[in-house]
Write a protein that binds this ligand. Structure first.
Ligand code: ZN
Length: 165
């Protein structure tokens, strides 16, 4: 999912950590200027915080992938030690709330709904019309004494406007 996300943000993405030992890096993302960022993603439950070791692995591994920058992404958060380490070694990090906001803004992801089918579009060609009265209220179908249908203001008797069907 992060591969798709970064591609949509205009990065070229290499999935280096797929299928087996990732050596501390999951993705290498390359921006339009050719600058490479090593990305490590940890999908952890909220109580399971990213440890300082993960930050160290990423710092060590980014060189193997020819990256200057590094980014740690987690659904959880970093321990205080891990944050300090990240700040010291200029590892950018996105944690829980931040990554959720970014993915929401992206619009291709919905929280807690894995592979939800896209919503069905509203049917087109529907014959249901909404008629609005001059007063701004919707008009509703009514019948007069002779049984002839007409549009009458829904606020009747406040507004007594009518319209022929
Ligand atoms: Zn009206």
């Amino acid at each position: 999912m992060l591969s798709l996300y970064f591609r949509d943000q205009g990065y070229a993405v290499k999935e280096v950590g797929v299928g087996g030992r990732d050596g501390g890096v999951d993705l290498v993302i390359i921006d339009k200027r050719g600058e490479k960022t090593a990305v490590q993603a940890k999908c952890y439950a909220e109580h399971n915080k990213v440890q300082v070791m993960t930050v160290r692995e990423l710092v060590a591994a980014k060189r193997n992938h020819d990256c200057i920058l590094s980014l740690l992404i987690t659904t959880s958060d970093l321990t205080a030690d891990a944050r300090r380490e990240a700040e010291q070694f200029k590892v950018d990090y996105w944690h829980g709330g931040l990554i959720e906001n970014k993915l929401r803004a992206w619009g291709k992801w919905q929280p807690g709904k894995g592979n939800k089918k896209p919503k069905k579009a509203t049917p087109t060609g529907s014959t249901v019309k909404t008629i609005t009265c001059a007063c701004g209220a919707p008009m509703v179908a009514r019948k007069n004494k002779e049984g002839k249908a007409f549009w009458g203001c829904s606020t009747y008797p406040v507004c007594r406007k009518t319209k022929a069907m």
